[in-house]
Design a protein around this ligand. Structure first.
Ligand SMILES: C[S@@+](CC[C@H](N)C(=O)[O-])C[C@H]1O[C@@H](n2cnc3c(N)ncnc32)[C@H](O)[C@@H]1O
Length: 376
């Protein structure tokens, strides 16, 4: 049965209150509940593959259900977050390192070199972030280092004088916040989340009378257009690609990418459909950015088809595109392309309708956000 709040479940909002899922707010993601529903409703078995893994919603749900999972994401930021959220941890090691971190008193370790980034912070806040960045970087245990680094990335977003709006960063002035307090509080909550999740798992294991495995998903920082898993090796695919004409992946996260991943400026407008195509007879009438998008999506569909086991299902959550002069029904075009590749189209479930507006007020029309269900 389709949940009556499906329109909310295709967004990241419900994850706000979900432990581990909420370690980093990722507006472009979907909810834990959506994946749990799909797995239960369609009796899905692993391995589950998510080619656009984002911050790991699919993979974390799979892990917590004891199902093996694989993900790819082209962004170093989201691949990192996804990986930190899905590791198994020894909380005693985390607590030990936290104690050491708590004893430190931030001092000035130098002026942060990038002026564009400096402009986004109160000077003292950036000095502290720079200090903790170096201290965390020195932690020898790789898992602990990454765990703390994610807490720092989140803290950085909280203290920066910007908010993420639509496809860009908007400068605002925030009141003074204590980086140390925020960072330590965040790490403590993250450790609590791990403990709670482990306890829940123990309870479920007792109820079902067998241990629920904690299989760490495999994550590749790769491009889904070119990356291929082994033929017939995957039980099902659950994924959500970037949406047509949505460019936030490279613009909204430029602060995190610049500070923590040395990516000062990225060349890409988006990661799918970034090379405008001129040829594309099968999409006649569509503008070049849309042709490039669907050609790229076709490559991903071919890779998914290749790695799925026969009768394996693919669930693709996608919304149509709002272009300046028209709307594009991406779900129909992607479903048609999938059929040409060899998939059977099982269903297209509409989750919600989105109004397309340009120049802030001019209504262009409506597009759907939908779940395309395919079978090999
Ligand atoms: C809609 S988001 C997926 C969010 C994910 N479902 C979640 O809940 O976190 C799409 C993701 O695709 C990634 N992406 C974009 N182009 C890609 C490509 N060519 N290959 C792999 N990942 C890509 C983006 O970095 C982004 O994280």
């Amino acid at each position: 049965m389709i949940p009556n709040n499906l329109k909310d479940l295709v967004t990241f909002v419900p994850n706000k209150n979900e432990s581990i899922h909420n370690w980093f707010y990722y507006k472009e993601g979907y909810s834990k509940e959506l994946i749990e529903w799909l797995v239960k409703e369609y009796k899905l078995t692993g391995p589950i593959y998510d080619p656009f893994a984002g911050v790991g919603t699919t993979l974390l749900v799979a892990k917590n259900l004891g199902i093996s999972a694989i993900g790819t994401d082209v962004s170093p930021l989201t691949s990192f977050i996804c990986s930190v959220k899905t590791r198994n941890y020894d909380t005693s090691i985390l607590k030990e390192e936290l104690e050491k971190l708590a004893k430190l008193k931030p001092t000035m370790v130098g002026k942060y070199p990038n002026k564009k980034i400096r402009e986004l912070f109160r000077a003292k806040n950036l000095d502290d972030i720079y200090y903790y960045h170096q201290k965390i970087f020195e932690i020898k245990d790789e898992k602990t280092k990454n765990f703390f680094m994610l807490a720092l990335i989140d803290t950085t977003g909280r203290v920066a004088n910007v908010i993420k709006t639509g496809g860009s960063l908007k400068k605002i002035k925030k009141h003074h916040m204590d980086v140390k307090k925020l960072l330590l509080g965040k790490i403590k909550r993250m450790i609590l989340d791990i403990e709670r999740t482990e306890n829940k798992k123990k309870q479920i294991s007792q109820n079902i009378g067998q241990p629920l495995e904690s299989i760490e998903p495999i994550i590749y920082n790769e491009d889904a257009r070119t990356f291929r898993l082994e033929e017939n090796s995957i039980g099902c695919v659950i994924t959500s690609p970037p949406y047509l004409n949505k460019i936030e992946y490279t613009s909204v996260y430029k602060m995190e990418l610049g500070l923590f991943f040395d990516e000062q400026e990225t060349r890409l407008r988006s990661y799918v459909g970034d090379v405008p195509s001129v040829e594309g007879e099968e999409y006649a009438g569509l503008p070049n950015i849309a042709i490039a998008y669907f050609q790229d999506m076709k490559k991903v569909l071919e890779n998914i088809y290749f790695c799925l086991k026969p009768k394996g299902k693919a669930f693709i959550i996608v919304a149509g595109g709002c272009l300046p002069d028209r709307t594009v029904n991406s779900e129909t075009i992607i479903a048609e392309d999938a059929k040409k590749i060899g998939f059977t189209l099982i269903d297209i479930i509409t989750a919600r309708e989105i109004a397309c507006v340009t120049n802030r007020t001019q209504h262009i029309g409506k597009v759907k956000e939908a779940i395309i269900i395919l079978e090999k």
